[in-house]
Write a protein that binds this ligand. Structure first.
Ligand code: ADE
Length: 419
């Protein structure tokens, strides 16, 4: 066992929290039972760069049950749950963990390198930092790779750019593109956990407060609907006319950030792009405004610009930095502008990660079975896997659905029948 975690003494606390999450991850548990019998990953080494949470721990247990050796590091310096990292390290043979909450940038990249020192056959990434480092600095290892998976929107965008430039050296499955991933994890997971993170960090009352959501993709939809559900007045900002129109017809106010900056009290960025909140917006914001990011990277709120503008900065609560501007206004940045749902809360709830990670486990198995036919490009999750995950999740929730009669099927397949 080779680990770099904060404190192995935290393992007992991690163990019970992993069990707690497991109770909500019934689909993954079914896959784990099958993996234990069939061992589809025997002899496979996996390098995983994921948020080190109790939900991830249950995914790792599943991969190990399938026969894999796993080396795990964090996909964000602030998202590791130290008790989970300790429990994984102590309890599971065949797992090495390199992750400490709050690690600096140098340690973050050292840990990614340590994971790659295991000479993986497969990569499992969340945000594409592992794959990028492999392609930039460890090219000699690329030939050892059979394939990989990528969890998130931002990572898939980076991978597609690599594929388009002809740089991507092996096949990678875009887990995010599965319907049973982005329609649930991005919307209901990010929605609930982001609001949870903002509340845990600040203890603010959302009822009656003006909340500005930057970006109306799947994540933005989730955050907007949860904030509205708690009584906030919700404003959406967008750059794309289609989601902007959807937000307007959903009943949200839609306006440019320049205008929203003057009226917002809580700002949440979820665009996946850089500089969404910047100097011109800070200059317009009200005293006491709170800013949080739930996009993958800490680039959506211009932290440097904010620091340059401020005359002083102080930590006022565990995840709140208060920046005072020359005219005395105070602007609050949550969780250093990093993913607030994982920095100040516990990430998406286990019940939704169950589906995302079921897609991960089944896609890894698919890559191992099919790698000889796959090319060096980005693949979607096979439709059969996506539909299986939906079916299993419904069953786990105790929900039954109807099926088509022969007459209905024939009707749907015909074009002759009109009025
Ligand atoms: N991404 C968002 N929430 C997560 C969680 N709970 N575990 C792992 N990755 C996540």
């Amino acid at each position: 066992m080779d680990c770099d975690v904060k404190d192995l003494g935290l393992a007992e606390a991690g163990r019970t929290r992993i069990e707690w999450a497991d109770q909500e991850m019934r689909v993954l548990a079914l896959i784990r039972e099958r993996f234990e019998k069939e061992r589809p990953l025997d002899g496979i080494r996996i390098a995983a760069c994921l948020h080190v949470t109790t939900e991830t721990a249950n995914l790792i247990r599943t991969l190990v049950a399938g026969g894999a050796d796993v080396a795990l590091c964090a996909s964000n310096p602030l998202s590791t749950q130290d008790d989970t990292a300790a429990a994984l390290c102590e309890d599971l043979d065949g797992v090495d963990v390199y992750a400490i909450k709050g690690e600096d940038n140098e340690t973050y990249y050292r840990h990614i390198n340590q994971v790659l020192d295991h000479h993986p056959h497969l990569t499992m990434d969340d945000g594409c930092d592992l794959v990028t480092l492999l392609h930039r600095e460890r090219k000699a290892q690329l030939a050892e790779l059979l394939g990989g998976t990528e969890e998130t929107t931002t990572g898939v965008i980076r991978l597609r750019a690599m594929a388009e430039q002809g740089i991507l050296a092996y096949p990678v499955v875009a887990i995010n593109d599965a319907n049973t991933k982005h329609l649930f994890d991005n919307r209901f997971g990010t929605g609930q956990s982001t609001v949870d993170g903002v509340i845990r960090a600040t203890n603010l009352l959302l009822a009656g407060r003006t909340v500005v959501i930057g970006g109306y993709g799947m994540c933005g939809r989730g955050v907007a609907s949860r904030a509205r559900g708690m009584g906030a007045r919700v404003i959406v900002t967008e750059v794309d006319p289609l989601p902007a129109l959807e937000a307007a017809m959903e009943g949200y106010e839609v306006m440019p950030m320049r205008e929203a900056a003057r009226v917002g009290e809580v700002f949440v960025t979820v665009t996946g792009d850089t500089g969404v909140l910047r100097r011109e917006h800070f200059e317009a914001m009200r005293d006491g405004a709170v800013m949080a990011n739930s996009g993958h990277f800490d680039v959506e709120i211009d932290k440097l610009g904010l620091a340059e503008l401020a005359t002083s900065v102080r930590r006022v609560r565990e995840f709140v930095e208060e920046y005072t501007l020359p005219d005395g206004r105070r602007l609050n940045l949550l969780g250093e502008g990093r993913l607030i749902n994982l920095a100040a809360a516990e990430g998406h709830p286990a019940a939704v990660m169950d589906m995302s990670f079921a897609n991960q486990a089944l896609s890894v198995e698919w890559v191992v079975q099919n790698h000889e036919e796959l090319e060096a490009r980005v693949y979607g999750v096979p439709d059969e896997i996506d539909r299986d995950v939906a079916r299993l999740k419904l069953a786990a929730m105790g929900l039954a659905i109807d099926s088509l009669s022969a007459e209905q099927t024939a009707y749907l397949n015909s074009w002759e029948q009109g009025t």
